[in-house]
Every structure is written in structure tokens, then in C-alpha cells.
Design a protein around this ligand. Structure first.
Ligand code: ADP
Ligand code: GLC
Length: 489
């Protein structure tokens, strides 16, 4: 099969979160299974350095019409990596900017135009470069592709048999725009109804994608259930329930070529489940990188790597921030995002100098160091579609303490000592209620076990030997593609 990926992020070119990791890792895995994969991405400013010495247009100009004007888009050949073909949609006015989606003061107001153009350009380009059996589109930014495919392109003989699969990585981001977006994107007004793209008098990209795609996936089994409820559906629950028969939960995988302490190039030392000695060196290296004094080996290091967003549950962390510091712990935090959470972390670090350390930035190397140097990894998410960091933590022996939601619930099993601690089962600690007390209780369970070295090592090893590679998820995606291709043939 030929599959075209349409996405707004992909490592190593452009990343703000886990979406980029997934779009980077899944295509090569599909190629290994014998499929042909093409990935289309916007040509953002951050992509330019990757192309510097090999800028080559495969299509010089595609006309993308809007209500009162045309835009002209080039398609730049990004070449092949691991046998995956990359193409970049070049429209400097819209994409040659610092941020992917906006500036610190907010989203770009014309994101409807940026991503509408992106998706339409992919449809047009594929008619020249190769129409796939499946367009696999990711999140709201690419969700408009199936809307075009089934409305203004419905009569196109070249596209008629192409199927569309939408993966929802996060239902909290939907792409809401004014009603007039319908005609600005040259879409028919008849789709602006509650059973199609309209949501509370806005044009909702994600909703349209849900309605117009052949099948839907999301990134864990649990989240596939959760988004059909009012608590997690962000007002799309009934739209999703209508499509329940076509919705699958496929847990994300880990790219162990990038995330394995046995080979990780960012680390001060390497280690494995059997030979753990290098982890102490990584811990010392991490404390140094965060300007913390060397601390006793009996003091556990708690790590956080995260976007600072409401989703990630830091308001319940703030509820226990002082109480936690009555315990013998050190905390390192790497993240960036909303100013509100950044301020919370800054104030926390200021109150406990030498014990709580914060770095506000996006730093790939440091993210790896936090995984390797931490003893315990905290993810108190309010909701978490899949989550990758807890799976990285398992492999790095940083025992996860997580809220039992979405992919966190699917991947972390509560520690149980059994009769002999050296045979205990489970990989971490999890809590259910979204409440500071529940979070603290789970951390306390971890802190109580930490000094019991035999049991703690058993717990670490249980997590380190887990295999969340992409092999199985890739097969599950192929099943979805095959089902759609069968329906369309
Ligand atoms: P989400 O996509 O919701 O942010 P995930 O757990 O799926 O959550 O993925 C987050 C990804 O982003 C991981 O690869 C993580 O290491 C990375 N990440 C998040 N914040 C930072 C940061 N400040 N610096 C480096 N990497 C980060
Ligand atoms: C989203 C989710 C995260 C998931 C990632 C990749 O950003 O918040 O849980 O792992 O997408 O699917």
C-alpha cells in the first residue's frame, strides 16, 4: 500500500511534543512491513537548516485559490530517510516563521489559512507525485484534508478511491475558527451544520475530520473510551460516539534507536537492566546540569519533562509543592509553555534552592538526561492520550508515578510486592482521583519503597525490560489502512 502522512510536526524537522515523535517513528516501521510511505510537512523556518544544501523543488507552483486571491505553493523534495519520502509544502508568507502555531502571546490568527492551504496543497501535489490508497492525517491541523477530499474534491477521478484515516493525538486542541472560514476556504456552506463541521457557531477542523474520515484512531485504548465521555471529549463526545464503530485505540510506540540508555548518545554513561552502574553517573551528570549540589544516594531525584499546559496536571502538583519538600527528595524540572505554570515552577525553585531546580526551555539532550538521571518520574496529567515520557522512563529506570488516565493507565502497572519483594510485579505507581492528596499518596508509596534496594531494583527492572516498540502498533495501523482500502475499492 502507499500511505501519505499529513502532519504538522515530525522529528527531526519540527517538534513541540509527542506528535513529532510518532510521525517520525511510525513511517519507517510501515516501510519495514513492505509499504510505501510519503510524509508531507509545512516548510517552517526550523526546517530550512535541514535543507540548506539540497533545496530542490519537485513542483514549482501549485495554485491554491482562496475567496478573493490565490496563493502559490512549491513542493520541496526532502529526500528519503529510512526509505520514507519527505516533501515540504513551501509558502514562505505562511510558514517561514519562528513558531509552528503561534508566538508566546497566542496562536497565529490565520492558522485556518495556513493549515487549510497545507492540506489542499497535499491533495494537489499527490495528484502529480502519487495518489495513495490512504491519506493518514494527524490532529486538527491536518483534519481539514478529509473535509476537502469528500466535498470540493469529491468528483475528482484521481482521488475518488483514496481513503482517509484521522489519528487524534489530543482532543483538547480542535482548531476553532469563525463561521466565515467555510467560504474563505472555498468550502460549501452546507457543511456548516452541527452534524458536520459546526461547533457552537465555530468552524471546527477536528470535528470535520472526525465526520469525514473513513476511520479514526487515537493513541491508546483507554483514551479511545475516554473521549466518548463528557469528562474527556472536549464537547466532541457525541460526534465521537457516532463514529464509535470506526474508532480504534492504538498505543504509541517508542523509538528505541533514540530512547535507550544502552546506546543514548546524550548520556554521560550507558546502562542496561542488568548492569545499572552507569545510572549513578547519569544522576550525577543531571544534578550538575541543573546546578544542584551532589546529594546523598539515599535521596531520590524526582524528574519532570513536559510542556507546561493545563493538561499536564501541574495544578495538583502545586497543591503538594510544600508538603512534598518535607520529604527527603530533590526535584528537577525541564519544560516550557504557559506562563502560569512557568511562574509556579520558578517560585517553587526559588523557595527551595539547591533542592528544586528548573530549566525553562526546549532541550532534546537535557530531556534524555532527565530520564536517565531521575529515580522517579512524575506525570500527574489531568488527561493523557498516550504519553511517551512514561514509556521512556520505564526504559531508563526512572520509576513513573502517574495519574491513571489514557495511555498512562494503559502502560503503567501498580507495584505489588508479592510474598518476596525480589519477585514483585508492576512498573510504577498510579493514582486515580485528580486530587493533590491522591498524588502525594502515590509519591509516598514510591518513597517508602525507594530505600528497600532489592525491591526497588526489581521494580526498575520490571519497567526496563518492557517492550513498547513500534512493531505491534505499526501492524495495527496496517489493519486499519487495509479495512479502509477494502471499503473504498
Ligand atoms: P505531549 O505530546 O502531550 O507533549 P508526550 O509525552 O507524548 O506529551 O511527548 C512529549 C515529547 O516532548 C517527549 O518526547 C518529550 O521528551 C518532549 N519534550 C517535552 N518538553 C520538552 C522540553 N522542554 N525539552 C525537550 N523535550 C521535551
Ligand atoms: C499528544 C498527547 C500525548 C501523545 C502525543 C503523541 O500530544 O498529549 O499524550 O503521546 O500526542 O501521540
Amino acid at each position: 500500500m502507499h500511505i501519505v502522512f499529513a502532519a504538522s510536526e515530525c522529528v527531526p524537522f519540527a517538534k513541540t511534543g509527542g506528535l513529532a515523535d510518532v510521525v517520525g517513528a511510525l513511517p519507517p516501521e510501515l516501510v519495514k512491513l513492505g509499504h510505501e510511505v510519503t510524509v508531507y510537512l509545512p516548510l517552517y523556518a526550523v526546517v530550512r537548516p535541514h535543507l540548506a544544501d539540497r533545496w530542490k523543488y519537485v513542483i514549482r507552483s501549485i495554485t491554491i485559490p482562496f475567496e478573493y486571491y490565490n496563493r502559490f505553493v512549491g513542493i520541496v523534495d526532502g529526500g528519503k530517510r529510512n526509505d520514507v519520502q519527505y516533501y515540504f509544502v513551501d509558502c514562505p508568507d505562511l510558514f517561514d516563521r519562528q513558531g509552528l502555531y503561534g508566538t508566546p502571546s497566542g496562536d497565529y490568527p490565520n492558522n485556518w489559512e495556513r493549515f487549510g492551504l497545507f492540506c489542499r496543497a497535499i491533495l494537489e501535489a499527490s495528484k502529480i507525485l502519487g495518489v495513495p490508497q490512504i491519506f493518514h492525517v494527524h490532529d486538527w491541523q491536518a483534519a481539514i484534508l478529509p473535509i476537502y477530499l469528500r466535498t470540493t474534491y469529491a468528483q475528482d477521478p484521481l482521488l475518488a478511491s483514496a481513503g482517509a484515516v484521522l489519528t487524534i493525538h489530543n482532543a483538547g486542541y480542535q482548531g476553532w475558527f469563525p463561521p466565515q472560514t467555510t467560504e474563505r476556504l472555498l468550502l460549501p456552506w452546507e457543511i456548516f451544520t452541527m452534524d458536520r463541521v459546526e461547533q457552537f457557531d465555530t468552524f471546527n477542523f477536528l470535528k470535520g475530520g472526525i465526520v469525514y474520515s473513513d476511520m479514526l484512531t487515537t493513541v491508546s485504548r483507554k483514551y479511545a473510551e475516554e473521549i466518548q465521555t463528557a469528562e474527556f471529549g472536549h464537547n466532541l463526545e457525541s460526534t465521537l460516539r457516532n463514529r464509535a464503530a470506526d474508532l480504534r485505540g492504538i498505543l504509541n510506540g517508542v523509538d528505541y534507536a533514540q530512547w535507550d540508555p544502552a546506546t543514548d548518545g546524550y548520556l554521560a554513561a550507558h546502562y542496561t537492566a542488568n548492569v545499572l552502574t552507569g545510572k549513578q553517573e547519569c544522576r550525577a551528570d543531571l544534578l550538575h546540569a541543573f546546578g544542584l549540589e551532589p546529594i546523598s544516594p539515599t535521596t531520590p531525584v524526582l524528574g519532570i519533562v513536559s510542556r507546561f499546559a493545563t493538561q499536564k496536571g501541574f495544578d495538583i502538583l502545586s497543591g503538594i509543592a510544600d508538603e512534598l519538600m518535607r520529604r527527603d527528595v530533590a526535584v528537577v524540572v525541564l519544560g516550557s509553555g504557559e506562563a502560569y505554570y512557568e511562574n509556579f515552577f520558578r517560585e517553587w525553585a526559588a523557595r527551595y534552592p539547591g533542592r528544586v531546580a528548573l530549566q525553562v526551555k526546549y532541550d532534546e539532550a537535557l530531556a534524555h538526561k532527565v530520564e536517565a538521571g531521575s529515580d522517579i518520574f512524575l506525570m500527574p496529567s489531568r488527561y493523557e492520550p498516550s504519553g511517551l515520557n512514561q514509556m521512556y522512563s520505564l526504559r531508563y529506570g526512572a520509576v513513573p508515578v502517574v495519574r491513571a488516565t489514557g495511555g498512562l493507565d494503559d502502560t503503567i502497572e501498580e507495584w505489588s510486592p508479592g510474598t518476596n519483594p525480589e519477585q514483585g510485579t508492576g512498573t510504577g505507581f498510579k493514582f486515580y482521583g485528580y486530587a493533590p492528596g491522591d498524588f502525594l499518596a502515590a509519591i509516598d508509596r514510591a518513597l517508602t519503597l525507594f530505600p528497600q534496594k532489592a525491591a526497588w531494583h526489581r521494580l526498575m527492572r520490571n519497567g526496563m525490560v518492557k517492550n513498547y516498540s513500534w512493531t505491534q502498533p505499526a501492524r495495527q495501523y496496517v489493519e486499519v489502512y487495509s479495512e479502509v482500502a477494502k471499503r473504498r475499492s
